[in-house]
Design a protein around this ligand. Sequence first.
Ligand code: ADP
Length: 213
Amino acid sequence: MSMTDRKLNLILFGPPAAGKGTQAKRLVADHALIQLSTGDMLRAAVASGSELGERVKLIMQRGDLVSDDIVIALIEDQINQNPDAAGFIYDGFPRTVPQAEALDAALASRGMAIDSVIRLVVDDTALMDRIKTRFAEQGRKDDNPESFAIRLGNYNKQTAPLLPYYVAQGKLAEVDGMQSIESVSTQVGDVLKMIKAAKSPQKKGFFARLFSR
Ligand code: ADP
């Protein structure tokens, strides 16, 4: 087993406003992982007024997805810039099957792999309620009702098909995203404990011995 193989690579998965960012931030604080949020990276680009920002601004406001090439490049760049990280949490990425395939390839070429995809399950009515509150409180441009409907539609069309992709890899874990932030965080933590145990060198040794008999 290579050293990099010990690094955690975790995807937080779910529709817009499911609570991925909130949970990612808690994992960063509790487990020294690095959060890679393509939404945050793109918003930073827009705020900086960079050429990239200008290119994605209206697409994001509308609630549409920016092109796969752009977000894949952003993610690869961050992986390269953090060679000593204990691991990564992907938040809002991948959102399409080509993005998922590119991530698998990028990790494989660096001796890593996705350990688990944690899906926050939240029903659409609850999402609508949350987004109304967030729009009122924070005024994020793409939280307006029209853009949000487009985001939800894109999630169902382009992102939900990733579920069978990760089920086929045996990597999907589901948590009840309708519970309190605290309770969701406990559920996510439990998944992480299992993954960490399965990755620990002792455990790998144990299974290796078991299967070599
Ligand atoms: P959400 O709350 O919808 O999960 P994000 O902050 O993750 O929002 O993303 C905001 C917007 O940024 C998306 O609606 C989309 O325009 C763009 N975006 C973020 N991540 C991706 C991605 N992986 N692929 C394409 N577009 C993305």
